[in-house]
Ligand binder design. Structure first.
Ligand SMILES: CC(=O)SCCNC(=O)CCNC(=O)[C@H](O)C(C)(C)COP(=O)(O)OP(=O)(O)OC[C@H]1O[C@@H](n2cnc3c(N)ncnc32)[C@H](O)[C@@H]1OP(=O)(O)O
Ligand SMILES: CC(=O)C(=O)O
Length: 531
């Protein structure tokens, strides 16, 4: 059976730039356009030339090799011709192969936001599209608020779509601008619109204000639309646009879509999707959503023991697609919700083969559950779990022991008479039976302890030379007088990052426990020989 082509139109660099907290530089835009081009989307909407210097500069040259590089703008203003509208001319002069114009399609908006007659708006749509076609551009029209407009005045909304199509628009894109439409409504309205504009020329642009942008886009395709507009990681105005990072795997991996439709993203690009999504977040300087469908770090993370047990027998029991297909990975987490299956999987991952009937496994599981009840959280502290497991299995050397530590925080005037807060720590460790005492200053008590601990570990010192802390998180558990503190410390040596956990009613003690685990893990990892 021949499959029909569905075109992906990426608006990350235009609607995505309207996301609160997102501000692309020119260099960012260049990098993202290249990422999108490699991914295999059909259109890259680069921004709004004329709206700001970055976008204008971005359109000073073609930025894509495969995708149709597209400039965004609005229909010409009322009361002037297309040729005399500087905004429209700015869009038409941009170095782009296509132009996408936002046009009002809701009578209420025409009267209240534009303040012009309904007929004048239709003239604006027609003349704008004609000007783009005459300028040799592929023309697209984003019919803003099409679905709300259709519900208020179906005839007029359809008149707008028809005006765009008859004037020569390749694509008439029906927008759920306020994101308030349901999939059933989308399906029914797209079907009605395809009586005016053939489905092969209809697109959908859905916003996620009800969490339905992906569902609405898929409903539109099922009703005949053949272009989907969306953004990487669901960026976009307010709650975002349809998330292409969710839509792409769905279109490629779910039989009800994959058997009927074809998109420009190939299997290899699909297998790089998780990495692409995370790299994009890094470029935005924001933390990736661990719970994102398909690409999130938790998308294939299983905590429940019953699930883990079945996954080990056949991953299809609890996975709707293979994690590798989108470049993600399966994780069976260690926690108080897990059973022996979780343990066995994690032990195998860290290179410890243990028999399922080994009694030490039950002891380790009991220990994990007991410690989790005290406040430890091993699902996010894989290095502390690796140490705990090796200790339970008698396979971890005690590289060093901590005899004592002391921290002092003092607020005083320095030699210049300025008020300063100083932290000092003294740590005493035993290495090969020899006591080693170190003292250090730090910007805070934990920093002082960290510096002191890592200052002199005797013959282990070379192994920890590249160790540094990259993150430190504190959480108070239970509240009130019963409160205990959980500290998670993330460390790195440049090659790998690992997380350790410490728990105590005393925040310094909890921090120190996590620091000691981090150093021990590094020694283990580096293959340091035990005493
Ligand atoms: C649904 C969407 O996401 S559409 C995309 C929205 N994106 C953006 O607005 C980002 C870029 N925008 C901008 O930088 C600026 O708004 C500009 C450069 C486009 C215009 O700036 P200004 O000229 O200062 O106008 P301003 O932003 O205050 O108002 C928009 C004007 O466009 C008019 N307008 C809005 N939509 C359209 C349209 N589809 N066709 C013609 N005119 C329109 C409005 O009526 C208003 O004009 P008015 O003040 O005379 O009534
Ligand atoms: C065009 C557009 O971004 C919208 O209608 O939401």
């Amino acid at each position: 059976m021949t499959r029909e082509r569905v075109y992906l139109y990426d608006t990350t660099l235009r609607d995505g730039a309207q996301t609160a907290g997102v501000d692309f530089t020119l260099q960012d835009k260049i990098v993202v356009a290249e990422m999108l081009d490699r991914l295999g989307v059909d259109y890259v909407e680069g921004g709004y030339p004329g709206a700001n210097p970055t976008d204008t500069e971005f359109f000073s040259e073609h930025r894509t090799k495969r995708a149709v590089f597209t400039a965004f703008g609005m229909t010409k203003r009322a009361g002037r011709s297309a040729a005399n509208d500087p905004g429209l001319q700015g869009v038409l002069q941009a170095k782009a192969a296509a132009c996408c114009f936002v046009a009002k399609a809701w009578d209420f908006h025409v009267s209240n936001a534009l303040g012009i007659s309904l007929d004048e708006n239709l003239v604006q749509i027609r003349e704008t599209v004609k000007a783009a076609v005459e300028a040799g551009r592929e023309a697209l029209v984003d019919c803003e608020h099409f679905f709300d407009g259709f519900k208020a005045n179906p005839r007029y909304a359809l008149d707008c779509a028809r005006a765009a199509f008859e004037a020569g628009a390749r694509w008439v894109v029906l927008c759920d601008t306020n994101g308030g439409t349901t999939p059933d409504e989308i399906a029914a309205i797209v079907e009605k619109a395809s009586a005016v504009v053939p489905g092969g020329n209809l697109g959908v642009h859905a916003h996620d204000d009800m969490g339905l942008a992906v569902a609405n886009s898929l409903a539109a395709v099922m009703s005949g639309a053949r272009q989907i507009q969306g953004a990487l990681n669901g960026l976009g105005e307010r709650c975002g646009n349809a998330n292409l990072t969710t839509l792409i795997p769905t279109l490629k991996l779910k039989p009800e879509f994959a058997e009927q439709f074809e998109i420009g993203v190939d299997d290899e690009a699909l297998s790089g999707l998780s990495q692409l999504s995370r790299s994009f977040d890094e470029l935005l300087n924001r933390t990736s959503d661990r719970y994102a469908p398909y690409v999130g770090a938790n998308a294939f993370a299983t905590k429940a023991g019953i699930h883990a047990s079945a996954i080990l027998k056949d991953p299809r029991t609890y996975e709707h697609v293979r994690p590798e297909s989108v470049g993600n990975r399966r994780r069976l987490l260690i926690s108080d919700q897990g059973g022996k299956s979780n343990l066995l999987s994690e032990l195998a991952r860290i290179g410890l083969e243990v028999d399922k009937d080994d009694p030490r496994l039950n002891a380790l599981l009991a220990m994990v559950k007991e410690r989790e009840a005290q406040g430890y959280a091993y699902e996010g502290a894989e290095a502390s779990f690796a140490l705990l497991a090796r200790r339970a299995l008698g396979r971890v050397p005690d590289f060093f022991t901590v005899e004592s530590f002391r921290v002092m925080v003092e607020r005083r005037h320095n030699a210049h008479g300025e008020l300063v807060t100083m932290s000092e720590a003294v740590v005493k460790v035993i290495v090969d039976g020899q006591p080693l005492i170190t003292a250090a200053e730090g910007i805070g008590p934990v920093n002082a302890l960290d510096v002191a601990l890592r200052k002199d570990l005797g013959r282990y010192q070379p192994f920890i030379a590249d160790l540094r802390l990259s993150d430190y998180k504190v959480r108070i558990l239970n509240g009130g007088t019963e409160a205990v503190t959980r500290v998670l410390v993330e460390s790195t040596d440049g090659d790998e990052s690992w997380t350790t956990v410490g728990v105590s009613p005393n925040i310094i003690e909890a921090s120190f426990e996590a620091l000691v685990d981090s150093v021990a893990y590094k020694l283990l990892k580096a293959g340091a020989s035990p005493p």
